[in-house]
Structure formats: structure tokens, C-alpha cells
Design a protein around this ligand. Sequence first.
Ligand SMILES: [Zn+2]
Length: 112
Amino acid sequence: MPIYEFRCNQCNKEFSQLFLNPKEIEKIKCKYCNSRNLTKLLSPFSVHQTEESRLSGFDTSKPRRDEFYRDSRNIGLWAKKRTRELGVDLGPKMDEIVEKGRTGKILDDYNK
Ligand SMILES: [Zn+2]
């Protein structure tokens, strides 16, 4: 069941809408001002990319751009992939390190 997110170009508000029928997307209006001047955003709800698929589609040999790291879910992915490629399984410890990296807590450790 697709959920789409829209940004209203009229009032700049964002909202999400569930569509049972894809044809209804054409008729969508802003929930706040009824404007039809909307931009469809990529919905986080309809993106079912698991960490597993992120890892497999992730090429560690390619340089990563800044945008890559703006997605906090990608932080730690490189390290995780590399250790996997090297056949190293750090298990829960790796997850812990990655989680720290994502939340910024890893810096706390370095500053101790
Ligand atoms: Zn609006």
C-alpha cells in the first residue's frame, strides 16, 4: 500500500497520503490549503530498503560523496561492509560501534 509524501508549493507544508487507488494521486490536494500545486517527495514509508540491501548495493571501492554521509543510516555502512568483505565478523560489537557512530556518541569516547 503506497504512502506518498507531498510538499505543498503554496503553503510549504508537507503531508503524507495513503493511496488505495493509484489514480487518486492525480486528484490529490493539499490538506491545508487545497492547492494542487504539490511536489511529490520520496516517501520513507514506501522505501523498503533494508540494511542488507544497502550493504549489498554498496561499493566500498567507489568514493563517497558528502550527501552519502548526510543520511545517518549510511554512517558505519562502509566499515561494516569492509569487515564483512575481509571475512571478519565483529558481531554485536560492530553493531554497537556503528550505532555509536550514527548517534555521534563515538566522539564522546574519543574525547574521554
Ligand atoms: Zn498547501
